[in-house]
Design a protein around this ligand. Structure first.
Ligand SMILES: Cc1cc2nc3c(=O)[nH]c(=O)nc-3n(C[C@H](O)[C@H](O)[C@H](O)COP(=O)(O)OP(=O)(O)OC[C@H]3O[C@@H](n4cnc5c(N)ncnc54)[C@H](O)[C@@H]3O)c2cc1C
Length: 519
């Protein structure tokens, strides 16, 4: 039976950071259990601009959603099955969470996670975070930025990570190497240097290996039961701690199959409940988005970092902390959902995707079977609205309607206007708020940011799954560090926040290496 000081479940975004940092101490042994293969020498993975080709392929777990009565029930939630996790197939847009995002966490019971305390972790990140390089700045995106400034009166931001902002338009910062369009994912930045140099004999990567159950002795976590690539069942023991970093879907899934979760639900499926933690799988949060698509007068210049290189933040409500509407600008016609509704894909086109930075939807992830092979159900409750919203409006639906209207203003402004032939979706004839809402909700998509399903919180929060030291409440020797611990969603894209969770977790472990959980 292999024994390591630390067993990290999931060599993804946060897991790569934690494993790499722990292994800096040569006296500590670390094993990473990763469901997917290595990304080394995988051009399809390492070339940032090929990201779209990875979705729905062999390296995607492909989670579906339950029926979404007021939204789109056909969204495929891509989650990467490869070293580096979602940082190996995402678009690597890199935003340090805004001070208001961290302060919201602190207020939600994540003591010690406020803006001031979290800021230093950004400086520790090893990823190559740079603004979209000049050579990758496409002319249509450049013209879109100019038009947006004029149409909406927002400032251009050059360097979104240089300081907090509430509104602004500009080219993104990305974690990439502009010279060859190579990803600077968590695996590239944190693991490849050591895999290539062979200078971390204390770090073991168990690839294409699936963790299906945690081993507990009373309230002490002891290790992980895994199935290797060859189908062999192996028990991997942790002498110090288990770190669960399997992401917002697979972390609660693993916990529940190990008997940690809402007691009644587990018992109804015949799973023995060893720890009743009602918050496991609750608080499923995301950035829902929709789309407006235009046909262009002709082809668009070919240069780009990854076809969605610029974005816009707007603050509609002056009383809101931070932006309350965000857009990605796509140099491609993003028509997957409109096509399902009967719209055509123009040969040449562009899109804006309005999204809801602080969605009010709170969904739920739950098991439907005791069989660990069966994927969990994801009910995001997109656009769920029963008229009880404290503002008296359908906040999420209205945010997208506002987004479409602002996007149409941008389309009327030069120098962007000259590129456009016609609006394809929702279509110029759709002008009534209720009609726009209906259509854009049906064509809604995700920015692929599920989080929050094992949220961090204070002792008196019965739905908190981990404490502010990331320890699972009621257990010793086990922590969670990934997007599932987010108490609330940052207004910005979350990957940098996940990497910072990884850095902070590694520091917590260094400070208290032999301590267990807060049982
Ligand atoms: C298509 C797409 C585009 C995105 N674009 C951006 C972007 O541009 N900017 C941004 O900020 N965010 C983006 N995101 C979101 C961001 O990538 C994620 O929020 C973040 O990477 C999640 O990190 P994580 O550590 O929680 O999980 P992951 O990175 O998903 O890591 C989980 C790892 O655990 C492994 N695993 C899971 N279960 C098991 C198990 N039982 N046994 C063994 N291994 C297991 C998985 O294979 C995976 O490697 C995007 C996401 C997607 C899918």
């Amino acid at each position: 039976m292999p024994v390591y000081d630390y067993v990290v479940v999931g060599g993804g975004t946060a897991g790569s950071v934690i494993a790499s940092r722990l292994a800096e101490d040569p006296d500590i042994t670390v094993a990473v259990i990763e469901g997917g293969p290595s990304d080394i020498d995988r051009e399809d993975v390492l070339t940032l601009r090929k990201w779209l080709g990875l979705l729905g392929g062999d390296l995607d777990y492909e989670y579906t959603t339950t029926e979404q009565p007021r939204g789109n029930s056909h969204i495929l939630h891509s989650r990467a099955k490869v070293l580096g996790g979602c940082s190996s197939h995402n678009t690597l847009i890199s935003f340090k969470p805004l001070p208001s995002d961290w302060d919201e966490w602190e207020a939600a019971g994540a003591t010690g996670w406020g803006a001031e305390q979290m800021d230093p972790y950004y400086g520790k990140l090893r990823n190559n975070i740079v603004r979209v390089a000049k050579k990758d700045q496409n002319q249509i995106a450049t013209d879109w930025i100019e038009a947006t400034k004029t149409a909406l009166g927002v400032p251009e931001v050059v360097g979104f990570n240089d300081g907090p902002f509430e509104e602004g338009v500009g080219f993104f910062d990305l974690s990439y190497h502009p010279e060859n369009n190579k990803r600077s994912s968590a695996s590239v930045a944190y693991l490849h240097p050591h895999m290539e140099a062979g200078d971390r004999p204390n770090l073991t990567l168990m690839l294409e290996t699936w963790a299906h159950k945690l081993e507990l002795d009373g309230t002490n976590a002891k290790g992980v039961h895994v199935r290797t690539k060859d189908g062999e069942q192996v028990y991997v023991e942790a002498a110090r701690e288990v770190l669960v970093c399997a992401g917002a879907v697979d972390t609660p899934r693993l916990l529940m199959h190990s008997g940690i979760g809402p007691k009644a639900d587990l018992e109804a499926l015949g799973i023995e409940c060893v720890l009743d933690l009602p918050g496991v799988g609750e608080n499923l949060i995301d950035h829902p988005e929709s789309v407006i698509v235009w046909e262009t007068n002709g082809p668009i210049p070919g240069n780009s970092a990854m076809d969605s290189d610029a974005g816009l933040f707007v603050k509609r409500d002056p009383g809101h902390k931070g932006p309350d509407l965000m857009f990605h600008f796509y140099q491609i016609p993003f028509t997957d959902n409109p096509e399902r509704l009967g719209y055509e894909r123009p040969e040449h086109g562009v899109s804006m995707t309005p999204n809801i930075p602080k969605s009010r939807a709170r969904g739920r992830l739950y098991l439907t079977s005791a069989d660990p092979e069966v994927k969990p159900a994801l009910d995001f409750k997109y656009f769920a609205y029963d008229g009880d919203d404290e503002t008296g409006v359908d906040y999420d639906g209205q945010t997208l309607v506002d987004g479409i209207k602002l996007a149409r203003k941008v389309a009327q402004a030069e120098p962007f206007k000259k590129w456009l032939k016609r609006e394809v979706f929702p279509g110029p004839e759709v002008t009534d708020d209720a009609e726009i809402s209906e259509l854009v909700r049906k064509a809604a998509h995700t920015v692929y940011h599920p989080a929050g399903t094992c949220k961090m919180g204070a002792k008196d929060d019965r739905l908190a799954v981990v404490d502010p030291e990331l320890k699972i409440r009621g257990l010793n020797g086990i922590r969670i560090a990934d997007a599932s611990v987010f108490p609330t969603m940052p207004a910005v894209n979350p990957m940098i926040g996940v990497l910072m969770v990884g850095e902070k977790c590694a520091e917590l472990l260094r400070e208290a290496p032999a301590q267990g959980g807060d049982a």
